[in-house]
Design a protein around this ligand. Structure first.
Ligand code: TYM
Length: 331
């Protein structure tokens, strides 16, 4: 086997991607491509835990693929595929379900939040969702999983399930680790900066989509909630400003201290305008690339078909090993 470390991550194809998805996860997906063997997936099987319109979901899967490519996923370096194309995800999920405890699943904060916000449809898959996520990761022997902070608990669970399985059957699974950047792992809502930025936020001013136009981006940043101190620095009680500093820092590759110096004596108006402008300029090439890719259906099809071929090869091999270990007779 190649001695490069392996990476797996996924994103749900539900509606738009926000700059939270981008700075928290996809930017790392892109930067990890040169150093690691990367598998990225559009997690459509995860999406159906919340009610979906099938026509919309199909479109969202394709647009998520196009957007991932537009953000810089290069199919010459990484493998990108659609989760439901690889049936081994569901099969390994079933095996791992026997090694996952009700109690530990009940402690998942995302399950608690999602069932709180989705009272009419607290389905079984919403509960077992982290086992499917574990199967996603373990199938590809991933060492590293680039995600935002909200997924940390799920990755801890994946580690525990893998360690438990290995404790019974020997050294089978690679024990995965979450990969995050300090500062960008949790991009906060612009309208309520103690909450995570989320595409499902009812307040449109709370989030910025990767494909948003310049005017809208600048307007939202200008409107973003901050404190009244008027001095740009990273500090306690300055959640709104801290968030903007982290976004600016990620784009400009500057430290928090550099940014504090740059805006010394300049006030929030000036800072917000600059953040809005650099963010809009930064996202523009992604939007242009996306617009050309989304109309090239045959190219997208070629990408996900090639992706599935590679992914299936790895997944089949892992699952075969696991089936043998647990005592299933080979096909
Ligand atoms: P999803 O689709 O909710 O989000 C995709 C990625 O974006 C990150 N993210 C954020 N990061 C920083 N700040 C934010 N405000 C923010 N919002 C979202 C998420 O942490 C995530 O990394 N269950 C996963 C998808 C998945 C997966 C996997 C991930 C399925 N299988 C296996 C890793 C490995 C999810 O719903 O992500």
């Amino acid at each position: 086997m190649d001695d490069k470390k392996r990476v797996l991550s996924g994103i749900q194809p539900t509606g738009i991607f926000t700059i939270g998805n981008y700075f928290g996860a996809i930017k790392n997906w892109v930067s990890m491509q040169d150093e690691y063997l990367c598998n990225y997936m559009i997690a459509d099987m995860h999406s159906i835990t919340v009610k979906q319109d099938p026509v919309v979901l199909k479109n969202n899967v394709l647009s998520s693929l196009a957007l991932s490519l537009a953000c810089g996923i290069d199919i010459k370096k990484s493998n990108i595929f659609i989760q439901s194309h690889i049936s081994e995800h569901a099969e390994l999920c079933w095996v791992l379900s026997s090694f996952s405890q009700f109690g530990e699943l009940s402690r998942m904060t995302q399950f608690k939040d999602k069932s709180e916000n989705n009272k009419e449809n607290i389905n079984a898959a919403l509960f077992t969702y982290p086992i499917l996520q574990t199967a996603d990761i373990l199938l590809y022997n991933a060492n590293l999983v680039p995600v935002g902070a909200d997924q940390k608990q799920h990755i801890e669970l994946s580690r525990n399930i893998a360690i438990r399985f290995n404790g019974i059957y020997g050294d089978i699974f690679t024990i995965p680790e979450a990969f995050m950047n300090i500062g960008q792992a949790k991009i906060m809502s612009l309208s309520d900066p103690i909450k995570k930025m989320s595409k499902s936020d009812k307040n449109q001013n709370g989030f910025i989509g990767i494909l948003e136009e310049k005017d809208s981006i600048i307007k939202k940043i200008k409107k973003s909630v901050t404190d009244s101190e008027g001095i740009v620095y990273f500090g306690e009680g300055k959640d709104g400003i801290n968030n903007l500093i982290d976004i600016y820092s990620s784009i400009m590759d500057k430290t928090r201290e550099d940014i504090q110096q740059e805006f010394e004596g300049k006030g929030y108006g000036n800072f917000k305008l600059k953040v809005g402008e650099v963010l809009a300029d930064y996202l523009e090439p992604i939007r242009i690339k996306y617009n050309s890719l989304i109309n090239d259906r045959s190219y997208l099809e070629e990408c996900y078909k090639t992706g599935a071929l590679y992914a299936r090869k790895i997944a089949t091999e892992t699952l075969k090993k696991i089936y043998d270990k647990v005592g299933f007779i080979g096909r």
